[in-house]
Design a binder for this molecule. Structure first.
Ligand code: FAD
Length: 405
């Protein structure tokens, strides 16, 4: 029984390693000259590998029950134990984000490459898979290499070729037509974990400012989703986890009715109320009061928006003006124009719906001997290590199962 794994990203390397550990002959095919190129840029080169809070409800996919089963079969503790085994100890930040102890994605890629070599995985790099067809007892996989094309045969194939995000690192959704031909549904790829193109209006003046905020996405009067997190004002809109975590909803809904509501008090509302009530009848200038919570550029801009003087003492602030200021701080509305392109996305939505594979084995329910992992399936997790956890979990289960068939 020969297994081919297509794609040496997070899920493919995990699949190849687990299959080899379980005694199967494994060939890993990768179009790039090196393995794990995308892994190297994750977490800004630090590789945010998983999250203490990884659970089914965090992911957008067709069936939360499917994700629950997958994470029950291979969850955070399983991943951490496996990483420790191949030489990747980790540390966890106060907010639950895991990184390798070295804070370097190189540690992770090198540990996988070394473990695969020791486990006997045959690695063929510079090999782009151009077609995947069923054969008499398995599959024919056509690869294109600088020295010519070749067709290889395998009894089982694990497709770990990613989605369409960040195409310069190798994943371009090119195997989706082959999966469609084999009988799978393929939903169109859409940007996810992407910066948002937003009409900032006067908030354009805040370019370069980074702060924590609550963000709600509205489609007319329908609330599509809410997040709280870091936000960065840019020349074309907004970046940072708080908006990236909503971007799959923007690319799914589109249209002119989409609007963001920013709540700058989301993380500090209690302190804001406390300081306000303590100093309401004092001579504390408004600028100093707001300066307790926001960078000076933000306080000055919001005071300009409500036309209140910087130095106005809190005791002289009228009730109506206070209401207007607080309303603006908690609900600034901004029209959304769309997401940035795949080049700027961390993942893509779309691909094969999870309901077409078994969550315990990642085996296709439509094609015997075919397994699908990682971003090839229609799954989106938020920023914070959730997408790598899912990629590794799906790869591990597919590799083990393919070796045991
Ligand atoms: C800038 C950036 C930062 C990120 N940071 C984080 C983070 O800190 N934490 C987190 O959880 N997630 C992060 N992500 C998301 C995470 O990287 C992905 O969820 C994960 O890599 C998906 O793994 P995968 O194995 O499904 O696909 P990929 O990692 O994309 O791997 C697919 C592999 O298949 C190869 N391939 C594709 N087509 C073919 C073909 N036809 N023939 C041969 N080979 C092929 C590709 O070259 C690639 O190596 C980040 C993504 C980006 C772009």
């Amino acid at each position: 029984m020969d297994i081919a794994v297509i794609g040496a990203g997070a899920s493919g390397m995990m699949a190849a390693l687990q299959a080899a550990w379980n005694g199967a002959p494994v060939t890993l095919l990768e179009r790039n000259e090196q393995v794990g190129r995308k892994l190297l840029v994750t977490g800004s080169g630090r590789c945010n590998i998983t999250n203490r809070a990884a659970a089914a409800e965090k992911y957008a996919c067709a069936d939360p029950g499917w994700m629950r089963t997958l994470l029950d079969c291979f969850g955070v503790d399983d991943l951490l134990a496996m990483l420790a085994e191949i030489g990747v100890p980790v540390h966890c930040t106060d907010d639950g984000w895991y990184y390798p102890l070295s804070n370097s994605a190189h540690t992770v890629v090198e540990a996988f490459a070394s473990a695969m070599q020791r486990a006997g995985v045959t690695l063929i790099t510079g090999a782009k898979v151009t077609s995947l067809r069923p054969g008499k007892a398995g599959f024919h996989v056509r690869i294109s290499r600088p020295d010519g094309d070749q067709t290889l045969s395998f009894t089982q194939v694990i497709v770990s070729a990613g989605g369409a995000a960040y195409p310069s690192l190798g994943s371009r959704g090119e195997l989706f037509p082959a999966l469609e031909k084999l009988g799978h549904t393929v939903l169109p790829s859409r940007p996810a974990l992407a910066p948002l193109l937003v009409n900032l209006g006067s908030l354009r003046a805040l370019q370069g400012v980074r702060l924590d905020a609550g963000v709600t996405l509205w489609d007319g009067s329908r609330r599509l989703g809410s997040t709280v997190g870091n936000l960065i004002f840019t020349e074309w809109g907004l970046n940072g986890p708080a908006v990236m975590d909503l971007s799959h909803l923007v690319s799914a809904h589109g249209g002119p009715g989409l609007e963001l509501s920013l709540n700058l008090l989301a993380r500090v509302q209690a302190e804001y109320d406390r300081l306000l009530s303590a100093k309401r009848s004092s001579d504390l200038p408004l600028k100093v009061f707001l300066g307790a919570f926001f960078p000076p550029k933000v306080s000055a801009h919001y005071l300009r928006m409500v036309r209140l003087p910087d130095h106005l003492p809190l005791r002289d602030l009228g009730g109506g003006d206070l209401k207007r200021l607080t309303a603006l701080l908690t609900d600034t509305r901004l029209p959304v124009k769309g997401t940035r392109e795949f080049e700027y996305c961390q993942v893509s939505a779309g691909g094969v719906p999870v309901t077409e594979v078994d969550p315990r084995t990642l085996q296709s329910l439509r094609v015997e001997g075919l397994f699908l992992t990682g971003e090839t399936l229609d799954v989106v997790g938020p920023c914070g290590g959730y997408n790598l956890q899912y990629a590794f979990s799906s790869g591990a289960l597919a590799g083990r199962a393919a070796a045991k068939v």
